[in-house]
Design a binder for this molecule. Sequence first.
Ligand SMILES: [Zn+2]
Ligand SMILES: [Zn+2]
Length: 214
Amino acid sequence: MSDNWNVEEELKPLQLKCTSSDCNNGKHCYKPTRKQKAANTVGECRSCDEPAPFDWDRLHKLDPKDLDYAIAALRNELFRQHYWTNEIPQRVENYARRKGVSGMKVAMERQIYQSIGSPADSFDGRQTSKEDSPKVNAVDFAQHATASCCRKCVEYWYGIPQDRSLTDLEISYLTQLGMRFVGERFPFLTEQGEKVPPIRSNKSNSQRTKRSES
Ligand SMILES: [Zn+2]
Ligand SMILES: [Zn+2]
């Protein structure tokens, strides 16, 4: 597969895709290819074919007492790892500050239910805004980081088939995972939320990266 980021490519502004990998640095992609499905090697990295350094069966138990294990596993994937470490725009942080921990939990559960609660349709894979979207919110960040962004990711990460609705237990588990992300990336949130004034749009920040044709 030619998805690997090599050093030369990394110097250019390269758009991170959910199939990107950086295998030499231990950041893989487990989204299965058709070939892997046919060969029954789902769970290995699609780029380097190495088996995952964690136990998929343990992950697929969806045990709410084993969230640390799931988070450590998720961070082996380049796309997830990016969302655990990328820069969070001020607007996104403010959204989380206003909601607070309890409001984020409500928003997380609702958005997970609305975006991936039903069986996959043809829009699947596009329902969760990415970091460069003007619409992106803190729940979207959490969903990408914890693989509850679409039914394809939920299927290969958590072993839940795409063609049925999620159960309450599954939604609860994914919400708890998302709240781990909130706890780690927004450790300063108050329980009930705080007043944060809107950002005045007078300074030109380089949130949008121009795509250069080269
Ligand atoms: Zn790999
Ligand atoms: Zn996804």
